[in-house]
Design a protein around this ligand. Structure first.
Ligand code: 6CS
Length: 309
């Protein structure tokens, strides 16, 4: 039996490392009765197209990032909100594998023909541009590329930027041609997509994490023999901590590599600077509530409750 697993990222990425570990795990516990075919970003299409392929059953498993998915599954727009997840990274790690959180998201994913298996963080979103982005003033009119969902763009419109929503594969050339001024992604992604070649400055704001969800086609998942479904859910659970450690390592390592090979400046926002962005980000939560109603409100309150020390 073959399980097809589609990725939104290229080889060597956080998603690819995850999928390779998943493959090894599944093939081992199933005694090679299940073979996992991993499709890195490229041949199958954009993130949005991958979600379509999962919905129609062409692939069984995929990564689906809320940055793209929120137009289809509005509740996932939650992960595009800034300054929402706990300040302490370990708490965010625990929140993402919290069964309560995952169960609250099941129905919204189901409404779109998807079975949610788990969430992972791929690290802090870093802002890249050809200038520092220390203040709201520096964001005014900045053409910043965001992921394609409306909520992903709203988060930066709130800072005064002019968001441009494009697929991942188009970002490098848009930066090179100066169609956009900046973009936002975890450090590992900036390095592997070579954005450092066409950007001079990284601003580490710690405003949001890059969250991704692992999803399956709902009918395929429902039709799995019980044994296989157990292998699948056990594997996802067992990989959660591995995924967390892996992104930390990759992000750290790629930052060092970038500093060695590129003439790139790294800026870390102070707590006072972050506070001004936090305040500017808060109205976006109302936009989220307008789109998601009572269901979204319950989710938002639940996640906010994790912020308490
Ligand atoms: O920026 C994007 O569109 C992409 N970034 C990452 C790190 N993963 C997948 C996503 O599509």
């Amino acid at each position: 039996i073959t399980w097809r697993f589609a990725l939104e990222e290229i080889e060597g990425s956080v998603q690819h490392t995850y999928a390779e570990a998943f493959k090894e795990h599944i093939e081992q516990i199933s005694g090679d009765r299940i073979v996992v075919d991993v499709f890195p970003y490229g041949s199958l299409g954009t993130s949005t197209q991958l979600t379509e392929l999962t919905r129609n059953g062409s692939v069984n498993l995929a990564f689906a990032s809320p940055g793209h998915l929120a137009d289809k599954v509005p509740e996932t727009g939650l992960f595009n909100l800034h300054f929402l997840l706990p300040e302490e990274p370990e708490k965010t790690r625990d929140l993402l594998k919290d069964p309560e959180l995952i169960s609250r998201f099941q129905q919204p994913y189901r409404n779109s023909g998807l079975q949610l298996l788990g969430f992972i963080s791929e690290g802090w979103m870093t802002w890249s541009a050809n200038q520092p982005l220390r203040s709201l003033e520096q964001f005014q009119g900045l053409r910043i590329r965001t992921m394609t969902s409306a909520m992903a763009a709203e988060a930066y419109r709130a800072y005064g930027a002019e968001p441009v929503q494009t697929p991942y594969s188009q970002v490098y050339s848009d930066l090179q041609l100066r169609k956009i001024d900046g973009q936002t992604n975890p450090v590992f992604a900036i390095e592997e997509m070579d954005f450092h070649e066409v950007q001079t400055t990284l601003t580490l704001a710690r405003a949001s994490h890059f969250i991704a969800s692992v999803v399956a086609n709902d009918d395929w998942y429902d039709g799995l023999p019980e044994q296989e479904r157990t292998w699948l859910t056990d594997t996802i659970r067992d990989l959660a901590d591995h995924a967390w450690d892996n992104q930390e390592e990759l992000n750290q390592e790629r930052l060092e590599q970038m500093l060695e090979k590129a003439d790139i400046r790294v800026i870390r926002l102070t707590e006072d600077e972050r506070e001004l962005f936090r305040q500017a980000s808060l109205p976006v939560r109302n936009r989220y509530l307008e789109v998601t109603g009572a269901q979204g409100q319950a989710l938002l309150e639940y996640v906010e409750s994790w912020q308490q020390p």
